[in-house]
Write a protein that binds this ligand. Sequence first.
Ligand SMILES: Nc1ncnc2c1ncn2[C@@H]1O[C@H](COP(=O)(O)OP(=O)(O)O)[C@@H](O)[C@H]1O
Ligand SMILES: [Mg+2]
Length: 230
Amino acid sequence: MSQRRLATLEVRSASKIYESGGSPVTALAEGSLTLSPGVVSGIVGPSGSGKTTLLMIAGLLEAPTTGEVLFDGKVISRPGAKLNELRTFRRTHLGFVFQKANLIPFLTAAENVAIAMQVNDVGRQQAQLRAARLLDALGMGHRGSNYPSQLSGGEQQRVSIARALANDPTVILADEPTAALDGTRAEMVMKVFRHLADSRNVAICVVTHDTRWMTYFDSTLELEDGRARS
Ligand SMILES: Nc1ncnc2c1ncn2[C@@H]1O[C@H](COP(=O)(O)OP(=O)(O)O)[C@@H](O)[C@H]1O
Ligand SMILES: [Mg+2]
């Protein structure tokens, strides 16, 4: 089922300007980012520095005001890009992890992972099998039949990582994935990302305001007021 390509996702000189109550707010100014297979890239900076904006542009969830996004060397997003039309691309090549796991409360852990494949037309049985395998790999094999409310925050986050991996993505984009976790659980999640890059060549991008995690990054982009610090 794997259609994974090893490819680089590149944001080139992207800016994002919001009109907020009549006056423009520059959330991001000329931000550039290269996410390569097997590399863990970090985006760090204080709250409001433009980290999420850059990640959303890289993840094709926001179009930049200026600049472009390339996948495998081809432009895939630019100002005015029709993001709806990129839904299939996102589902196939990108995996997202957010601060909160956002699991579907009335589905079990295994079903939460399987459904991400089923919306991509993977058969139910195959999806269930792969969900079990992914949960196993994340040390959650024994919790597959638990509902989210029966899992700790760290366990829920590991299920959400399994869900992000469901369709064997080229790139994983994680926005403050450890912010809601205690130190031990947070470290576990960072180790999972490191392992995915090292063992499976996934390109990983982690946004964090916590500079403690910089030791896990191969490269780090520091943002301040929407700009890269140099
Ligand atoms: N939809 C929006 N409309 C107006 N301003 C926004 C919007 N999204 C983000 N911003 C502003 O852009 C700046 C960067 O935001 P964000 O990328 O969320 O920062 P971070 O993730 O580093 O906390 C902030 O000043 C924020 O208020
Ligand atoms: Mg943010």
